[in-house]
Design a protein around this ligand. Structure first.
Ligand code: ATP
Ligand code: MG
Ligand code: MG
Length: 370
């Protein structure tokens, strides 16, 4: 069987590896962490840096195709690999997703709306009139996730102080918008330019980290269809090949603003494993292997709950799984991470029910018993 390569061996890489192995492929994972969650399932674990030339050469020589689960992988490594083996998504697309300034300019170039923002490439850019972006959020252009690298600011003085606190690196100042809710659409686009979009997920966050995803999103069907169409429009504008996650803000009057993208399967798409005809990880395999996308149809309303290290005991003891394991309509997924730290994504569970409301009520009741 063909060998597939993946840069990154976190939980997304682990679920990719399981999907690929299930479909009969072999998998090589490149991840510098000796305990990378994907290593449990991979045929080969290259334990090296993402720009290690020996490891990259081995990937290029042994793999039929390479993908990534980690947007902060070295884009130049992906460009180098692409000279030897098909790589999806492209290093160029990953580089766009790595930089909020590039990302937002591409979103606008695709004809889609972002929050009003000002790119702060250097300290001089702070001399602009900041008032159209206040109150706002100052976000580092690079390496932010789970709300890290973000400061909420009310005044120009606060914005300048926060910019200095972030070390004077490139940032965007983004206007704080009144959100009705947040949703995400995950699109798969193949090299034959076929696209398939999963049902829209409604995402609720706690402390800047995704907490629950509710599917189908409790929004007007017209809005859901519009968000799905926008995700395809962006994938086409980027000539994106692979799985692309698109996060939106929903505003009053059903306006949709594009927040950010991820060049990979997404936490808000974990539900597709348990509740869709095809999972987002199988789609990643299909896209990299030049297969048609699988059907993205939802088989049942579903709620996904993230399990953070916070629900583990202080001594590292596991939560009480009894009620969750007894529920005939719940599915537990653990990522095999040894150390449970607050805020660390250790696993998730999905609850399937006849309605999203029922699934949410049951998911919350289970959470109280952990
Ligand atoms: P992720 O883990 O999703 O990659 P991130 O650190 O890249 O997160 P964002 O998605 O940009 O950060 O923002 C995190 C959360 O902060 C959003 O999901 C939203 O709840 C809130 N937020 C971000 N920007 C805005 C805004 N302009 N107006 C209102 N709320 C915002
Ligand atoms: Mg992000
Ligand atoms: Mg986000």
């Amino acid at each position: 069987p063909a060998m597939l390569g993946i840069l990154g061996g976190g939980q997304l890489g682990r679920m990719f590896t399981v999907a690929a192995k299930t479909m009969g492929y072999r998998v090589t994972v490149l991840d510098p962490d000796a305990h990378a969650p994907a290593a449990d399932f991979a045929d080969v674990h290259l334990c090296a840096a993402y720009n290690d030339p020996v490891a990259l050469k081995q990937l290029a020589d042994s793999c039929a195709a390479v993908t990534t689960e980690f947007e902060n992988v070295n884009a130049d490594s992906m460009r180098w690999l692409a000279q030897h083996v098909p790589v999806s998504p492209s290093g160029d697309c990953v580089a766009i997703a790595q930089d909020r300034i590039l990302e937002k300019s591409w979103i606008r170039k695709a004809g889609l709306e972002t929050a009003p923002y000002l790119a702060l490439e250097t300290v001089e850019d702070l001399n602009h009139d900041l008032s159209p972006y206040l109150p706002g959020i100052l976000k580092t252009a690079r390496l932010g996730y789970d709300g890290k690298g973000q400061v909420r600011v009310k005044t120009a003085e606060e914005a300048r102080a926060a910019y200095a606190d972030l070390g004077g690196q490139a940032c965007v100042l983004e206007k704080m918008l009144p959100l009705v809710c947040e949703v995400s659409a995950i699109v798969t686009r193949t090299s034959a330019h076929e696209s398939a979009v999963f049902p829209l997920a409604e995402n609720r966050h706690a402390k800047g980290i995704l907490d629950v995803s509710i599917v189908p999103a409790q929004v007007a069907p017209e809005l859901a269809a519009r968000a799905q169409q926008m995700a395809i429009q962006l994938a086409e504008a980027l000539d994106y090949i692979g799985v692309l996650a698109v996060e939106f803000f929903v505003l009053e009057g059903d306006a949709l603003v594009l927040n950010e993208i991820a060049p990979r399967p997404h936490n808000s798409g974990h539900y597709t494993i348990d509740a869709c005809v095809t999972s987002q990880y199988e789609q990643q395999v299909r896209a990299m292997c030049h297969l048609h996308p699988g059907k993205p149809d939802l088989l049942s309303p579903v709620v996904m709950v993230n399990l953070l290290g916070d629900v583990w005991q202080d001594d590292g003891g596991e939560p009480n799984w009894e009620v969750l394991m007894q529920a005939p309509n719940a599915h537990l997924h653990l990522y095999g991470k040894k150390e449970a730290r607050p805020g660390r994504k250790m696993g998730h569970y999905c609850v399937l029910a006849n309605t999203a409301e029922d699934a949410l009520a049951q998911a919350e009741a289970i959470k109280d018993t952990l």
